[in-house]
Write a protein that binds this ligand. Structure first.
Ligand code: G1P
Ligand code: ZN
Length: 542
C-alpha cells in the first residue's frame, strides 16, 4: 500500500560540495530525510520501472534512512532497487554498480570523512546514471523543490532484512540485496596487475591499510588479504562501525597519524594507506615519504602505463583548481590535455564522459579515473602498489625521481575550522574587493602576477560556475588560494592553499612548511585571516 504523507518543508536542505550534510539530530527531525529524498525523486524524470542503487558508509542512521529510501523508491515507481548487504556500499563501489547494471541513478548515504554517531554527521547524495555526483542543475532543482514540498509518498510495509543476500519484494518492487564487494573487487582485478602486486607482497614488502572503522574494511580485506596474499591483519580497523569506532575517518596526517608513525618507524611496514568514511579518499605513505595527493595524481599519471587497465596511455588529466600544478607538468610532457576545474568531483563527470580525461584528482586526498565517476581510495592504493611492482622501487624512490624529472611543487593546505560564519564571509568579501589592486604589488620578494575569483567554463556543456575560490598568483609559479568549505556542518571552514614550484633538485629536501613560510605569511597579510577569524593557527595542516 502506498501512503501519501503531508509534510512541511525545511529551508536548509541545500546540497553542498557533495550532497546534503547535517548532524544526525537535524536529519532525525520529522520527515527531514523523507522530504529530501522525495525532493530528489521530484527533480528527476523518466525513472519509471528503472533501477535505483542504494547504499551507504555504514555510519549511524544509515540503516534507518535506507529503509525509508527503499519504501519511497517503491512508492515513486522505480522498478527495482539494488542495495548493498547491511546497507553497505562505498562511494566508488556504488558508482561502479550504477554503471555496470545500467541503473537510473543511486542514493549514497554518507558524510564522507566527517565523524559519525548520534550527534555527529550524516548525509545524502544523489548520483546520476553515469555513476557520478548529480551536477549543479539537478542539485539546484532538488533544493528548490525541498523548499516548497508538501507531500511525500512511501510504501506502508515492514522493514526489509538488509543482511540477507537475495531478491525480495517491497510493495511490488524488486529489491536485490547484493554483495557490496564482489563487483568492485572484480573491477580492480581488471585494472591492475594483481600478479605483480602479489609477487611484490610475497617478496617481503609489508603493506598495511587503515580503514579507520569505516566502509573500506570489507573491500580492503577481500582485495589485499584474500586476493593479494597480504597476511591477516594487514587491514586495520576493518569493521565498519556506526561511529567508526570513535575514529575521525579522514585519511590525513592528523587523523591517520598512528598509521603514519608506524610506517615511519624503523621496523614498521614499507607502505601504508588509509581511506575515509565512504572509501573515496586515500592517503599514501611510504617509508620516509608522505605522498601529497597532488603529487600522487602527477605520479599516477606519469606511470599510468604500468597498470594493465591504462596500458594504452591516458587521454588527459583534470585537477581541481586548488590542487597543485604538479600534474600539469606531466600533461605537458605527455602532450595531453590538462583541465582545471572547481573543487568537487562533480565537475570531472563531463570531462570523463566525453573521453577528454582519464585520470583526475583533488588535493583533498582524492584520486580517480574513468573506471567510475567518483574518486576512489582503494583504486589509488592499488595503483601505487602496481607502480612500485612495475618499477621495482620504493615510494620514496618513485617520488624523488619524479621531482628530479619534473621539479617539486611544495604544497600545503591550512584549514581553519568552525570559524564564525560572518567573519569568514567578511574575509572573502574583502579579498574579492581587493583583487583588482593586487597585480603588480610586492610582498617581500614575491610579486603578484595575477589575482582573480576562479570561474569555470565547462568545455562540454558550456555551463559557468562562478566564485570558486580566490587565487593570488605570484611570478615564478607560486600561489595562494582562499575558499570556504562547502562540506562543513558547523560554522565556516576557511581553507588556504599554498604552493611553490622548485625546479632545483638540490632544494627538494626542505620541510614543506619551511619552504612555504614566506607564502603563508603573505597569505595572512593579504587576507587578514588571523585578525578576522580570531585564530592564531590553523586547525588542521595537510
Ligand atoms: C572537500 C574537499 C573537496 C572534496 C569534497 C568532498 O570540500 O575540499 O576537494 O571534493 O570535500 O570530498 P570542501 O569542504 O572544501 O568544500
Ligand atoms: Zn569521502
Amino acid at each position: 500500500m502506498i501512503k501519501t504523507v503531508t509534510t512541511t518543508p525545511y529551508q536548509d536542505q541545500k546540497p553542498g560540495t557533495s550532497g546534503l550534510r547535517k548532524k544526525v539530530p537535524v536529519f532525525a527531525q520529522p520527515n527531514y530525510a523523507e522530504n529530501f529524498i522525495q525532493s530528489i525523486f521530484d527533480s528527476l524524470e523518466g525513472f519509471d520501472g528503472k533501477t535505483l542503487v542504494i547504499g551507504g558508509d555504514g555510519r549511524y542512521y544509515n540503516r534507518e534512512v535506507i529503509q525509508k529510501a527503499i519504501k519511497m523508491a517503491a512508492a515513486a515507481g522505480f522498478g527495482k532497487v539494488m542495495v548493498g548487504q547491511g546497507g553497505i556500499l562505498s562511494t566508488p563501489a556504488a558508482s561502479n554498480i550504477i554503471r555496470k547494471y545500467h541503473a537510473f541513478g543511486g542514493i549514497v548515504l554518507s558524510a564522507s570523512h566527517n565523524p559519525g554517531g548520534p550527534t555527529e554527521d550524516f548525509g545524502i547524495k544523489y548520483n546520476i546514471g553515469n555513476g557520478g555526483p548529480a551536477p549543479e542543475k539537478i542539485t539546484d532543482a532538488i533544493y528548490a523543490r525541498s523548499k516548497v514540498i508538501d507531500t511525500y509518498k512511501i510504501a506502508d510495509t515492514a522493514d526489509l532484512d538488509l543482511d540477507k543476500i537475495g531478491t525480495f519484494k517491497v510493495a511490488g518492487m524488486a529489491v536485490e540485496v547484493i554483495d557490496p564487494v564482489a563487483d568492485y573487487a572484480e573491477l580492480m582485478e581488471q585494472l591492475f596487475d594483481f600478479g605483480a602486486i602479489r609477487a611484490l607482497i610475497a617478496s617481503g614488502v609489508r603493506v598495511v591499510i587503515d580503514s579507520m572503522g569505516a566502509v573500506t574494511g570489507p573491500y580492503a580485506t577481500e582485495i589485499l588479504e584474500n586476493r593479494l596474499g597480504a597476511p591477516e591483519g594487514s587491514v586495520r580497523n576493518a569493521t565498519p562501525l556506526p561511529d567508526f569506532g570513535g575514529h575521525h575517518p579522514d585519511p590525513n596526517l592528523v587523523h591517520a597519524k598512528e598509521l603514519y608513525d608506524d610506517v615511519m618507524s624503523k621496523d614498521g611496514p614499507h607502505f601504508g594507506a588509509a581511506s575515509d568514511g565512504d572509501g573515496d579518499r586515500n592517503m599514501v605513505v611510504g617509508k620516509g615519504m608522505f605522498v601529497t595527493p597532488s603529487d600522487s595524481l602527477a605520479i599516477i599519471a606519469a606511470n599510468a602505463k604500468l597498470a594493465p587497465g591504462y596500458a594504452k596511455g591516458i587521454a588527459g588529466i583534470a585537477r581541481s583548481m586548488p590542487t597543485s600544478a604538479a600534474a600539469d607538468r606531466v600533461a605537458e610532457k605527455l602532450g595531453i590535455g590538462m583541465y582545471e576545474t572547481p573543487t568537487g568531483w562533480k565537475f570531472f563527470g563531463n570531462l570523463l564522459d566525453a573521453g577528454k580525461v582519464t585520470v583526475c584528482g583533488e588535493e583533498s586526498f582524492g584520486t580517480g579515473s574513468d573506471h567510475v565517476r567518483e574518486k576512489d581510495g582503494l583504486w589509488a592504493v592499488l595503483f601505487w602498489l602496481n607502480i612500485m611492482a612495475g618499477r621495482n622501487e620504493s615510494v620514496a624512490e618513485i617520488v624523488k625521481s619524479h621531482w628530479a624529472e619534473y621539479g617539486r611543487n611544495y604544497y600545503s593546505r591550512h584549514d581553519y575550522e568552525e570559524v564564525d560564519s560572518d567573519a569568514a564571509n567578511g574575509m572573502m568579501t574583502a579579498l574579492r574587493e581587493k583583487l583588482g589592486n593586487l597585480p603588480g604589488q610586492n610582498f617581500g620578494s614575491l610579486k603578484v602576477a595575477a589575482a582573480d575569483d576562479f570561474a569555470y567554463h565547462d568545455p562540454i556543456d558550456g555551463s559557468v560556475s562562478k566564485n570558486q575560490g580566490v587565487r593570488v598568483l605570484f611570478e615564478g609559479g607560486s600561489r595562494v588560494v582562499f575558499r570556504l568549505s562547502g562540506t562543513g556542518t558547523s560554522g565556516a571552514t576557511i581553507r588556504v592553499y599554498v604552493e611553490r614550484y622548485e625546479p632545483d633538485p638540490a632544494k627538494h629536501d626542505i620541510d614543506t612548511q619551511v619552504a612555504l613560510a614566506d607564502l603563508i605569511a603573505v597569505a595572512d597579510e593579504i587576507s587578514e585571516l588571523k585578525k578576522r577569524s580570531g585564530r592564531d593557527a590553523p586547525t588542521v595542516i595537510t
